[in-house]
Design a binder for this molecule. Structure first.
Ligand SMILES: Nc1nc2c(c(=O)[nH]1)N[C@H]1C(S)=C(S)[C@@H](COP(=O)(O)OP(=O)(O)OC[C@H]3O[C@@H](n4cnc5c(=O)[nH]c(N)nc54)[C@H](O)[C@@H]3O)O[C@H]1N2
Ligand SMILES: Nc1nc2c(c(=O)[nH]1)N[C@H]1C(S)=C(S)[C@@H](COP(=O)(O)OP(=O)(O)OC[C@H]3O[C@@H](n4cnc5c(=O)[nH]c(N)nc54)[C@H](O)[C@@H]3O)O[C@H]1N2
Ligand code: SF4
Ligand SMILES: [Mo]
Length: 726
């Protein structure tokens, strides 16, 4: 008998990749086991902060239901393990054959949120999509931040040049449709959000939250104002109107970059606060006071996120928020909205974002940056004809739970000839796959945050090498994508010489090049992966700095306010809000006096659809329903004769779901809130803990036919629904 002695415990310094906050973590391991994960106190950026989700990294790593080897569906519908070579060959050959038979457009891709946290997918995934040559590309962007990209593309010339709230220096932080206390911040990489918000208040500043729900963030804010879902564009128009009306414009410093800034006035004259008061649910005096206190604060920032983006006028709203910051002199000002100066800057090397240069086949929806709105995905699968989607590759996404009208999409998947999932779970979506290609989890791969360093509230840099050396039998996302790309190019008779270089370079080689050609030195040394390996806690590169005009990607180094593009949407807005009652209900589906407006919410222990197989993340929740409840106001409950915890049926144009009511004063009357990412009760998915806390999918209610027409972004907030006792 041989005794295998455990090796010494080891401490590793790494990064949590679950949300955008980039917290530094200290991971204690022994052999290939994780003993603990705690905050890395020596990390200069996150200073020891972690949230309860950090431990989910251990749960994911250990989860016996996580797939570790490629699997193929058998004729009987079961799964069998196959080798990587077999799986990659078969995927490439089938995709090639389908494209030969039905044309290049017949193969679609959908990329989910975790790709943004994965430098391998970001840097090497594109080789695969390009080798497919299909325009049928979709991602979670169009159920999320698409408006931000379009605004930045037009104004600053690059889709990813998005300014960030300078939270550590602001005196007034206005949050419209964000709940960073639950989400830990979005398009604002900010560990320790609570401490930072408290610091604003401690230095005499204010945190102001505008939200149809008195959220966790609203609970600790200086002021919270209810707003009716989907009316933020009206509020912003009235706020800008007030700036002109009360002569509060302070834009001198920006006129050199945007000479026509003051012409905004002519677009807002028709929207005095009085006119939007009823529609927004905010009084005239409330709106005027909001603006006056913002302008009196010194450095101030107005920040709009998810809640403000995934609504019928989300793009217009984000545009108006940017104009508001500019007109009050808060763009590129310390304590306002500022551009980060990342150490590894991908922007100069990546697409600036093409707008509406091609359109979907069925509904003629515009592409942005080479991607179609995901609201069009199901119809492109279901509608016969040339260009119909016959196969799809899903990379790190679960669109059946996360995109509008999930049930229709679920059915549409059954129509397909071939489905591939790059995922390590058998989810509601990947259960449709013919082959699943499972990458390793985050702690088993090298990590440099190539996206979120660009959205961080301080400039910083950190490289985290894989904690566990790769096993012979595992692959990371980039190895999967590169393997597929090389095979497809070979099948298409294209040269494949470049791949040899790429296999050797690896994504970290690309980051190394970016660091070396970047703007920073550390103690006189050029930044590089080698240098960062010696600094496992990361390096702080200081607070955000004014960066105009350098931050602008337009050739003339001027901000292009693109009035014609954005303000044209005011016609649709007027029709939607100010035309007769008839056209209001027509525009929003099924709105009647009886209907409630559906919105979403996040909880600290969720991550979209995929952390519910961790017992730690779902425990302590009610009656097997988990946290998936329908929050309604007591007035609406009594109107419909509904008791707390009673099961209710919620119905929209596209579907109905039944779940417990949670009666709370924290929600605005007339509004109902249901979180997304639940509904783990579909036959064939394999996460048994999640199944015990199944909940329902709110996206069985959201409507793929109602979109923000300017961007094609989904409308997940302000969906008209009716309720009744079940
Ligand atoms: N109603 C409503 N719907 C929403 C939202 C809302 O607020 N309300 N929010 C929207 C938003 S903001 C987003 S971003 C989307 C998210 O939507 P999606 O990206 O479609 O869904 P996720 O739940 O993030 O699914 C991620 C999948 O990737 C897998 N995965 C995790 N890590 C990795 C990895 O490293 N590699 C690979 N290959 N796979 C991995 C997981 O197992 C999981 O199956 O949901 C959107 N849907
Ligand atoms: N714990 C946890 N953290 C996460 C995620 C997660 O699933 N769980 N997901 C991550 C992802 S992918 C993203 S994109 C970010 C999103 O992060 P955030 O942008 O902070 O999004 P939410 O937490 O959903 O907060 C949105 C807020 O908007 C409000 N709202 C809804 N409709 C409207 C409206 O019409 N107008 C206004 N003004 N407000 C409205 C909601 O009530 C809610 O409080 O979070 C990330 N972090
Ligand atoms: S806040 Fe985000 S990055 Fe930090 S530990 Fe929690 S999930 Fe991870
Ligand atoms: Mo997101």
């Amino acid at each position: 008998m041989t005794l295998i002695m455990p090796t010494e415990k080891q401490k590793h310094y790494s990064t949590c990749t679950l949300c955008e906050a980039m917290c530094g973590i200290e991971v204690t391991t022994q052999d290939r086991n994780i003993l603990s994960i705690v905050g890395d106190k020596a990390n200069p950026f996150s200073e020891g902060h972690v949230c309860p989700k950090a431990m989910a990294l251990k749960d994911l790593y250990e989860d016996p239901e996580r797939i570790r080897t490629p699997i193929e569906k058998t004729a009987e519908g079961g799964w069998q393990e196959v080798s990587w070579d077999y799986a990659l060959d078969k995927v490439a050959t089938n995709l090639f054959d389908i494209q030969q038979k039905h044309g290049v457009e017949s193969v679609a891709t959908y990329l989910g949120n975790p790709n943004a946290h994965n430098m391998g997918s970001i840097l090497f995934g594109p080789y695969f999509y390009r080798s497919l040559k299909s325009h049928n590309r979709y991602s979670a962007t169009s159920v999320d931040q698409l408006p931000h990209h379009i605004v930045s593309r037009q104004l600053f010339g690059h889709q990813s040049q998005i300014p960030i709230p300078d939270i550590d220096h602001t005196q007034h932080f206005m949050i419209i449709g964000g709940n960073p206390l639950a989400s830990n911040g979005s398009i604002m990489t900010v560990p320790h959000i609570k401490r930072r918000l408290k610091a604003i208040q401690a230095r005499g500043g204010k945190v102001v939250v505008i939200d149809p729900k008195k959220s966790e963030t609203a609970d600790m804010s200086s002021e919270h104002h209810f707003i009716k879902p989907g009316t933020d564009a009206l509020l912003m128009l009235a706020m800008i109107h007030t700036l002109f009306d009360k002569q509060l414009i302070a834009a001198d410093a920006l006129l050199g970059f945007a000479a026509d800034l003051l012409s905004v006035e002519k677009y807002v004259v028709d929207y005095p606060p009085k006119r939007v008061a009823n529609l927004t649910g905010m009084s005239e005096s409330q709106i005027i006071a909001l603006v006056e206190s913002f302008c009196a604060a010194g450095p101030a920032v107005c920040y709009g996120r998810m809640g403000a983006s995934v609504q019928a006028f989300g793009t217009l709203t984000q545009y108006l928020i940017m104009l508001f910051n500019m007109l009050t002199g808060n763009l590129d000002r310390q304590g306002g909205m500022m551009f980060t100066q990342p150490a590894a800057d991908l922007l100069p090397h990546s697409g600036r974002g093409s707008i509406a240069n091609f359109f979907t086949r069925v509904r003629n929806l515009p592409a942005f940056a080479g991607e179609f709105p995901v609201s069009a995905l199901a119809e492109e699968m279901l509608t016969d004809g040339e260009g119909q989607i016959k196969a799809i590759v899903i990379g790190a996404g679960n669109p059946i739970l996360t995109t509008p009208n999930g049930q229709q999409l679920d059915k549409a998947f059954e129509n397909l000839d071939f489905v591939v999932a790059v995922d390590f779970y058998i989810t509601e979506t990947s259960r449709h796959a013919d082959i699943i290609l499972p990458p390793v989890t985050a702690l088993e791969r090298d990590h440099y945050d190539i996206v979120f360093h660009n959205f961080a509230v301080r400039n910083s840099t950190k490289f985290s090498p894989a904690i566990f050396p790769p096993a012979e039998t595992t692959k990371t996302d980039w190895q999967i994508y590169l393997g597929l790309a090389e095979r497809l190019d070979k099948l298409n008779g294209l040269p494949t010489d470049k791949y040899q270089t790429l296999w050797q370079k690896e994504p970290k080689g690309v980051v190394d090049d970016l660091l070396k050609s970047g703007r920073y030195r550390h103690e006189g040394e050029v930044l590089s992966i080698d240098l960062l390996l010696k600094k496992p806690h990361g390096i702080d590169l200081g607070p955000l700095q004014p960066d105009l005009p350098e931050a602008i990607y337009h050739n003339d180094k001027k901000i292009d306010l693109s009035f014609d593009y954005f303000m044209a949407d005011l016609t649709r807005l007027d029709k939607h809000f100010f035309a007769s009652e008839f056209s209001i209900s027509e525009a929003s589906g099924l709105a009647t006096d009886e209907s409630l407006q559906l919105i979403g919410r996040r909880h600290l222990k969720t991550n979209n659809s995929w952390l519910h197989n961790s017992q730690r993340m779902v425990k302590g929740t009610n009656n097997g329903w988990s946290r998936c409840t329908a929050q309604i106001h007591p007035d609406d409950a009594s109107k419909h004769n509904i008791q707390d915890q009673q099961l209710i049926t919620v119905t929209s144009r596209v579907g109905k779901v039944t779940l417990p009511a949670e009666i709370t004063e924290k929600i605005m009357p007339g509004v109902i809130s249901i979180p997304h990412g639940w509904g783990h009760n579909k036959k064939g998915s394999q996460w048994h803990t999640a199944e015990q806390h199944a909940g329902v999918s709110v996206n069985d209610l959201t409507d793929e036919m109602v979109i923000d027409e300017l961007s094609g972004n989904a409308v997940l907030n302000g969906v008209p629904v009716t309720i009744e006792a079940a």
